[in-house]
Design a protein around this ligand. Structure first.
Ligand SMILES: Cc1cc2nc3c(=O)[nH]c(=O)nc-3n(C[C@H](O)[C@H](O)[C@H](O)COP(=O)(O)OP(=O)(O)OC[C@H]3O[C@@H](n4cnc5c(N)ncnc54)[C@H](O)[C@@H]3O)c2cc1C
Length: 293
């Protein structure tokens, strides 16, 4: 029996999509097709589904807004799990508790309507709460780890709450990259005024206005201790470098744009940039983006 029928028979109420296109659900806009995509509606349902897939050795990958991933070309014979139905959000005093599938825009609108400041550094970052926590998303001076009080996830078949220190946050990393799905998270806001929040949002918006337009995954590489990855790639003369339909942005060299590229074009260009930078500077760039599957 195929995965669609297997899962559908065991979970008749579960939302299931057959032949899920990565190109249509990622910001880079390339990659192949997954056999199924599953949309659990609660942490409990997610737990049951993951247990069922695990018992049958069915490969799984988690996907949020698809803004920091490079899916491979070809067919993924497994199940993508998306969190868009786990999208409850509520304010509790000076905190906001949001489901993994809540988008950045919804989170920030909720914070603004409760007059809570402190989260608007996330303005303009394409994200879901789950993906942003897993990636410790942020900007130069502020990250999710600075505002998160706790995150809930599924570990070893059980729903469990992780304190901030248990999340093991690091530069573009957290414990949730080890196959532990985030189900919801609690963020601390600072009581403020509508005007201060609008100023905070405008400040972060302005910083983003110079980012490249077009299909990308945001920054491809983490900044190394030696400085900005974009500046290093630029200094190696790689701006505008093209392989197939993939191109290093002229505006920001840490962005690779997909202009009708295959995932393999993008992957080859990433490998080329990494190799050139290493050869010319001795710096080994680490990828920020996550490969799927
Ligand atoms: C134009 C552009 C600008 C960007 N600017 C920034 C920026 O300023 N700062 C920044 O930090 N990032 C930036 N990014 C990258 C991206 O927006 C962030 O990494 C964001 O947090 C990704 O969230 P997502 O929901 O899209 O996660 P996805 O890209 O879908 O997934 C990223 C990783 O998280 C995992 N994941 C997703 N959901 C869950 C979950 N519920 N539980 C566990 N793991 C999960 C995935 O398996 C994958 O490994 C940018 C991207 C683009 C395209």
């Amino acid at each position: 029996m195929d995965i669609y029928s297997l899962v559908g028979e065991r979970f008749p109420a579960l939302c299931i999509e057959k032949n899920f296109s990565f190109a249509r659900h990622t910001t880079i806009g390339c990659g192949g097709v997954a056999e199924v995509c599953l949309y659990p509606g609660s942490a409990m349902e997610l737990c049951d589904v993951l247990g069922f897939l695990d018992e049958r050795n069915i490969a799984v990958c988690f996907l949020g807004a698809g803004a920091n991933v490079l899916p491979a070309d070809g067919r993924f014979c497994g199940a993508v799990i998306r969190f868009s139905r786990m999208n409850a959000i509520r304010a509790e005093g000076d905190t906001i508790v949001a489901g993994a599938g809540v988008t950045g825009g919804t989170l920030l609108r909720a914070a603004a309507s409760c007059e809570l400041a402190g989260l608007h550094f996330l303005t303009g970052i394409p994200m879901t709460v789950g993906g942003a926590v897993a990636m410790n998303a942020g900007v130069a001076d502020r990250h999710i780890s600075d505002v998160l009080l706790w995150a809930e996830g599924v570990e070893n078949g059980k729903i469990r709450r992780f304190s901030r220190s248990e999340c093991l946050f690091a530069e573009k990393a957290s414990i949730f990259q080890k196959k532990i799905p985030v189900t919801r998270a609690c963020f601390a806001g600072e009581p403020s005024s509508a005007q201060r929040i609008a100023e905070e949002r405008a400040r972060y918006c302005a910083r983003r206005s110079r980012l490249p337009k077009g299909r990308s995954m945001g920054c491809v590489f983490v900044n190394p201790p030696e400085g900005s990855a974009g500046a290093i790639i630029d200094a190696c003369g790689l701006k505008g470098m093209r392989l197939g339909g993939a191109r290093v942005s002229e505006l920001h060299a840490n962005f690779i744009l997909c202009e009708g590229a295959t995932a393999s074009d993008v992957a080859r260009l990433i490998a080329f940039v990494r190799g050139e930078v290493y050869q010319k500077t001795g710096i080994l760039l680490r990828e920020e983006i996550k490969r799927i599957p």
